[in-house]
Design a protein around this ligand. Sequence first.
Ligand code: SAM
Ligand code: SF4
Length: 466
Amino acid sequence: MSLARPAAGPRPRGAPLSGRSLIRAHVITYGCQMNEYDTHVIHSELVAGGHSLVDHPRDADLILLNTCAVRGKPVEKVVSLLGELRKERRGGRRLTIGLMGCLAQLEEGRTIAEKFDVDILVGPGAIPDVLPAIDAVARGEGRQRSLRFRDDLDKLVPPAPDALTGFLTIMRGCDHHCTYCIVPSTRGPEVSRPAELILREARAMHQAGVQEVVLLGQNVNSYGLGDPELPSFAELLRMVAGVGIPRVRFTTSHPMNFTSDIIDVIADEPNVCSYIHLPAQSGSDRVLRRMAREYRRERYLEIIREIRAKVPGVVISTDLIAGFPGETEEDFEQTLGLYDEARFDHAYMFVYSARPGTPSAERFDDLPKQVKVARLQRLIERQKHWALASNRTFVGRELRVLVKDLGRDGQYAVGHSDQNHTVLVPRDQLQRMGLARVRVTHATPHALYGDVPGARPSAVPLAMAS
Ligand code: SAM
Ligand code: SF4
């Protein structure tokens, strides 16, 4: 397989291409915010290698798929796109294709890559290997793969140009072994990045005008555990808050190490968002045990009570899995009961998806699909009920909203509050994207609507931000 415009003559692997744009590249991102951050790193690598980025895949010589493998659905999407790209290549299009991200790391991904003639296979721990791989393919050296976990966490990642939100990875990998989850296989063991580097990246974001930084990790509150040289997550959070970026968020937290000092920082530091995402997965101790989650229902509720007591107006969301193998009707009702007791403001709910190679897929029988889907439906109903109740309590209040997009119909500008609500504001009330004060006038289960107090319709069209 050759590139549309091959490199001129041999040069050292990975060496910069003397500032010339040799390849027009497009990266397609699936999955979580960690993948969005990884795509930013991939972009930086490509640009450092002298390649150019194009906005549309049809204009690209190189398409990289930064994949997710947590559930079966995103894998199906990747397979379908690879099928289309293979058809285009068979029709004569000269195109190099790379599979990156979590799927690339798995046997499943290798089989898919083989089937669809993927040129480059690079796992999430080996992102810097993508440049040498591109060069090698260009030299006609055939398919390239790198699936090692490279220790590249000491590298400073510059902020994305003109971004209002900056993603900042503080740790990679996961040391938990939830029986349903593929992440420990795809992202490897937990490694925390040096605190000084994190602070340098945060300061660079502040200088670049970033309005919101999101600290990322599979379990951010495990940051620094086991390394006496590193601060705890609570200490790190306080340090990042001190940098001065108007808004600091973090995700994802794990109930196991969600200690009181983290709650205290959220309560004390005005720029740390009063929004916490704390995945529960199930309300049944029997199911939590089979999932190998290290806490039980009562401990989980204890954390929720402490958060609500210390952080007034806090918004709490969670992740829940419907239809884990062996989940009985009674187990499921305990999850519904947990929802009512915790009064989650929002939830991300998933039907259990048996992922090849995970302990639950190997050891337990999957429940019938209609049982799982019916339970998900009941969870969604519960979610809508509590989300509406929670959102209504914000009507009449003034919130700080980071406005970054235009709604699909073009009538509204869309942003997120400090408590992570989706907030819609008539677009003609805003002069520019960024932080705005918004008075909430109306609530639905999914969003808040509001006005900018004292706003006069703007004649200047709003531009999109990142
Ligand atoms: N590390 C976080 C934690 O433990 O809470 C979550 C990270 S995981 C990538 C995101 C969510 O995907 C999980 O909280 C879980 O609800 C869901 N998930 C993971 N594996 C799943 C599976 N096999 N089937 C359905 N949902 C799954
Ligand atoms: Fe997956 Fe569990 Fe690790 Fe979260 S804690 S990434 S759910 S193994």
